[in-house]
Design a protein around this ligand. Structure first.
Ligand code: ADP
Ligand code: MG
Length: 320
């Protein structure tokens, strides 16, 4: 069977049959043309995932596609932006039609679920690597930036933490768990729930927001620094999934919830006066701490309060 040429490959696997009306022109021209709603601005972010670094080399293609797109759209959610569309830069070692078909199905299904259509891309040959650039829109005064946390605000998280780190440990063979727990964790890793609606609902309510990709303490450190404030996190209130709580003892479950990455929950701050309304409208959100005057992130547990020392999350390039 002859190998597909680049344009047939794009036509066959990466050309959605339907797109929303906001996509004036999608895959196939020099650029896509997207309509930004009046009064809103573009929110743009790019994410790269490398085989063997961000996902196991033998990962199923459709699962990889779902993860890559979800992780990228998570940044839109964290900004309070609504998705307009995404482009993909795909570097492939070879044209493997079965792999591509699986990848394309996962990608286009996820795009449909997240209401973020594929509008263009670039296809090259090389070691497997996938970049997704997402485009969204948000009213400029309501974007959920990192620099708006105020002393007195409550710190919130949108769901359980630690599952992503546990999932990665299972996938890498560092942690062995019962089969049903492994399946649940694997699903959390490849299909992290992305809180787009929550991000949009937090416009005008949250004072700062970030998605937890590198670990709660590390990511919240970015908010504290950008806002010029300190944060106190009550360790006992950080939500932990029943699955992770059952597998790990309290110490390890909490440790990974605070420092593990790959959860893609939203962590945000809001005035204390918003607490009742937030709890009523969003059942998964949990208050986990508060903003105080000062610098840095502090954790409080049975042993009292202590500062978080050094960078607590994953870094690709770290000083030795
Ligand atoms: P150009 O040479 O003008 O940059 P390309 O030849 O790279 O364009 O791509 C042709 C068209 O196919 C463009 O519209 C581009 O956005 C789209 N495209 C290329 N690769 C992909 C892909 N993997 N997924 C979706 N669209 C793609
Ligand atoms: Mg061109």
């Amino acid at each position: 069977m002859p190998v597909l040429d680049e344009f047939s490959l794009i036509q066959r696997f990466f050309t959605p049959t339907v797109s929303p009306a906001s996509v004036l022109l999608g895959v196939g021209d020099d650029c896509a043309l997207l309509t930004v709603p009046p009064g809103e601005v573009l929110a743009v972010s790019i994410d790269t995932q490398v085989s063997g670094v961000h996902f196991p080399v033998d990962a199923e293609a459709g699962a990889v596609a779902s993860r890559v797109l979800r992780c990228a759209v998570s940044d839109l959610a964290a900004m309070g932006a609504a998705p307009l569309g995404f482009t993909i830069a795909l570097t492939l070692p070879a044209v493997d039609e079965a792999w591509l078909s699986n990848f394309s199905e996962g990608l286009l299904n996820t795009a449909q679920t997240l209401q973020c259509p594929l509008v263009g891309g670039d296809t090259t040959r090389g070691p497997l690597c996938i970049s997704v650039q997402v485009h969204g829109s948000v009213p400029p005064t309501h974007a959920l930036r990192r620099d708006g946390a105020q002393v007195g605000d409550v710190v919130w998280v949108s769901g359980s933490l630690g599952d992503g780190a546990a999932a990665l440990a299972v996938l890498e063979g560092r942690l062995s768990v019962p089969m049903d727990a492994a399946a649940w964790l694997k699903n959390r890793f490849y299909q992290p729930g992305i809180d787009i609606d929550l991000g949009v609902a937090l416009r005008g309510v949250a004072t700062a927001c970030i998605d937890v990709s590198d670990g709660l303490l590390a990511d919240f450190g970015h908010i504290a620094r950008a806002s010029g404030v300190a944060a106190e996190i009550d360790v006992a209130t950080v939500p932990i999934s029943p699955v992770w709580a059952t597998i790990a003892g309290t110490t390890q479950a909490r440790q990974w919830a605070l420092t593990g990455g790959d959860d893609y929950r939203l962590c945000f701050t809001a005035p204390a006066s918003a607490q009742a309304a937030l709890c009523a409208a969003h059942h998964s959100v949990m208050p986990i701490g508060r903003i105080v005057a000062g610098q840095g992130v502090f954790v409080r547990d049975e042993n009292g309060m202590r500062p978080v020392a050094g960078p607590a999350g994953f870094q690709h390039f770290s000083a030795r």
